[in-house]
Design a binder for this molecule. Structure first.
Ligand SMILES: C=C1C[C@]23C[C@@]1(O)CC[C@H]2[C@@]12CC[C@H](O)[C@@](C)(C(=O)O1)[C@H]2[C@@H]3C(=O)O
Ligand SMILES: O=C(O)CCC(=O)C(=O)O
Ligand SMILES: [Fe+2]
Length: 347
């Protein structure tokens, strides 16, 4: 059921209300459910899911491990810094390899149990407890992602309803788990910034604006806000953009369409531009499962998304090629545009 409940109505400073969809995954009418999900993915590339079936205990154990890790002295956390050539492990303020900075620290983890166990040696004093919490959380988040992707396929009338979820279940999938920790910023350390809506914004950007490159992101945070979604501003014929804050909900998940799903649906579903802000009072901790295919998978518009009236919008590429492009670009770059058929130069 799509519920425009009072707490999902966000009022911007320009007194505009934006209600992001809330979708009840336990809804019995599957055909209606799949249509609602597709509608949300087309309009915003973003929605909240309730009644997702993930046990509270699985989320609580993951959160406890995150809190324990980030509470450690910096000298200990640095033991979990990535070895060269891998992005995995602990990071602080540096995002990616091209000079992007954020007001956060984070853990980036692979999602296969063997690699999680290997990584956990430098992260936790109780490797088994850490690995179990992470593996159980990843499995639960993957199930939510796969169920949503099956519903997306059904809602789009794709003949093979497992076409997306199969990629996330592949043993060679390239999915990742990220745990972000945003310490509160002291007032005196916060420079005033002018945001893209030309308003003075006293909050500081924790994680700069971007779209997620993968297929689907399942985000969960503690009860501290910060996530913002970019939506077209209805006042400017859809040409301007507004940042809309998302009220946090520690019991539920937020779902974001990634670039790869936008491409596979030939642009029908939209990958969502988002960012995270810091605040002055409480630390925010968010956990993202980024569902990605194996590196050698082709990311190509599905046949039923292409027609003479709606020709393919993207050149064929593998997930490995897309990831390589993403890592050679800045966080906020529109990397998907490099693969748009209209942007190709012939020589
Ligand atoms: C600046 C970068 C960080 C990032 C890789 C990139 O070059 C561009 C995409 C970024 C992003 C955003 C979503 C996820 O947080 C992430 C892990 C991903 O897959 O793509 C990050 C990358 C990162 O932090 O390593
Ligand atoms: O921390 C958040 O709420 C969002 C972080 C994010 O978008 C990311 O890590 O890709
Ligand atoms: Fe993101």
């Amino acid at each position: 059921m799509v519920v425009a409940s009072p707490n999902s109505m966000m009022r911007t400073k320009k007194t505009k209300a934006v209600g992001f969809p809330t979708i009840d995954l336990s809804m019995q009418d599957r055909s209606k459910l799949s249509k609602l999900i597709v509608k949300a993915c087309e309009k915003y590339g973003f929605f909240k899911v309730v009644n997702h079936g993930v046990p509270k205990e699985v989320i609580a154990r993951m959160e406890a491990e995150g809190n324990d890790f980030f509470a450690k002295p910096t000298s200990e956390k640095l033991h979990a810094c990535p070895a060269q050539a891998t992005p995995f492990g602990y990071g602080c303020k540096n995002i990616g390899r091209n000079g992007d900075k954020g007001e956060l620290e984070y853990l980036l983890l692979p999602t296969d149990p063997v690699s999680v166990s290997e990584r956990s040696k430098t992260i936790s004093n109780d490797q088994t407890k850490f690995s179990c919490a992470v593996n159980d959380y990843i499995e639960a988040a993957r199930e939510v992602a796969c169920e949503i992707l099956n519903l997306v396929a059904e809602g789009l009338w794709v003949p093979d309803k497992f076409v997306f979820s199969r990629l996330l279940r592949d043993v060679h999938c390239d999915s990742v788990l990220r745990i972000n920790h945003y310490p509160p910023m002291k007032e005196e350390n916060k420079p005033k910034v002018i945001d893209q809506n030309q308003r003075m914004n006293s909050n500081r950007i924790g994680f700069g604006e971007h779209t997620d490159p993968q297929i689907l992101t399942i985000l969960r945070s503690n009860d501290v806000g910060g996530l913002q979604i970019s939506v077209p501003d209805p006042d400017h014929d859809g040409t301007g953009l507004l940042w809309v804050p998302v009220p946090p909900d520690s019991n539920e998940f937020f779902v974001m369409v990634g670039d790869a799903l936008q491409v596979m649906t030939n642009g029908r579903l939209k990958s969502v531009r988002h960012r995270a802000m810091t605040n002055t009072v409480k630390p925010r901790m968010s956990m993202m499962y980024f569902g990605a295919p194996p590196l050698n998978s082709w990311i190509i518009p599905l046949p039923n998304m292409v027609s003479p009236q709606n020709p393919t919008r993207y050149i064929p590429f593998t997930w490995g090629e897309y990831k390589q492009a993403a890592y050679s670009l800045r966080l906020g770059d529109s990397r998907i545009d490099f693969f748009n058929t209209t942007n190709q130069t012939s020589n």
